[in-house]
Design a protein around this ligand. Structure first.
Ligand code: ADP
Length: 305
């Protein structure tokens, strides 16, 4: 299976002409804050269209091809909205830059059933057939991608537990090794060796958003939740739900509706922190020691389980 890649241009000017016609240029650009990794802008074009631009250095062009593949995969399930991908590109030159152009999301007021509808759409995405998103095996993705700016390994595996250990926890633990002493390493190895005691194989494999915190969905012009900035892979749906709980959680209406649409396997709350250990380790690796105590608390809990 192949997900179509967006058109890739070697200049923004060319991209705009090809997408919108001769003579169309940027009339106004307005910086948007909120992203962790890239620069983001609302661009108003000379033909009046508004588009969304993300840019980074040209060495980081792969962030955007990976993001486009993820948005494409989510869109392919047809269950929940994502912004339409216009194109990606790398502008050569000194210093040059890489870019991704997306449909601009014009946010409206949230629909009255916003959280219920979000939960039902996410559950539908989790229940959608996922075989198109792995080349072999059951878990993983067609390509590696990024979680923040960290490379996220998506090597196919037939076991979710093996995938989570090998492709999620181990690479992050290795990157964070300078934070751990001998005793920590003993506990970490015990935890990794005993993952099968804590985790369960899912009832069905799911396409996951992969980085589902409150900064990664927006309200679209239909008043519903649209997913942005994914780090997709096929895994256990619980991992997406766990991440929604990591930084404060969504309202109860969301979890009630999700549970009705896609009942969670018993024992989810005992597994939740282990899924979030992946994101906390990633934060430790990206942003430093502030996250170390949360990481150690989870290691402590699971190694003695
Ligand atoms: P980063 O990759 O740096 O984390 P994001 O994808 O989170 O960047 O985007 C940064 C901000 O831009 C978001 O918090 C959101 O407010 C806004 N944004 C993202 N995508 C769109 C879009 N398609 N249309 C309008 N605004 C967007």
């Amino acid at each position: 299976m192949h997900l179509s890649s967006p058109q890739h241009f070697t200049s923004m000017k060319q991209a705009l002409i090809s997408l919108f016609g001769d003579g169309v240029k940027v009339a106004q650009s307005h910086r948007i804050s909120g992203g962790d990794i890239n620069e983001a802008y609302a661009l108003t074009l000379t033909n009046g269209t508004q588009i969304f631009l993300k840019s980074n250095t040209k060495e980081h062009a792969a962030f955007f091809t990976a993001e486009a593949s993820g948005l494409n995969a989510i869109a392919k399930t047809g269950c929940i909205k994502t912004p339409h991908i216009l194109c990606s590109g790398t502008e050569d030159g000194n210093p040059g830059f890489s870019f991704l152009l997306l449909e601009f999301i014009h946010s409206q007021n949230r629909a009255a059933d916003y959280w219920e509808s979000f939960a039902r759409q996410l559950a539908a995405m989790h229940q959608a057939p996922s075989t198109d998103f792995v080349s072999q095996g059951t878990y993983g993705f067609l390509q590696d991608n990024y979680i923040g700016s960290t490379k996220q390994r998506n090597t196919p595996k037939d076991s979710w537990i093996e995938f989570f250990g090998e492709c999620r926890l181990k690479p992050q633990f290795m990157a964070a090794s300078r934070y751990f002493d001998h005793t920590d390493l003993y506990k970490i190895n015990r935890l990794l060796d005993n993952l099968h005691l804590f985790l369960v194989e899912p009832e069905y494999p799911s396409l996951l958003h992969g980085d589902l915190w409150s900064g990664n969905f927006m309200t679209g012009n239909d008043g519903k939740a649209w997913l942005i900035d994914p780090a997709v892979y096929v895994g256990h749906a619980e991992a997406d739900i766990a991440m929604t709980e990591l930084f404060g959680g969504f309202p109860p209406a969301f979890y009630d509706a999700y549970q009705k649409a896609a009942p969670m396997q018993p024992g989810y709350h005992r597994r939740r922190d282990l899924y979030n250990l992946y994101h906390l380790l990633n934060h430790l690796n990206l942003f430093g020691r502030t996250y170390l105590s949360s990481v150690k608390r989870i290691i402590e809990h699971y190694h003695t389980f």
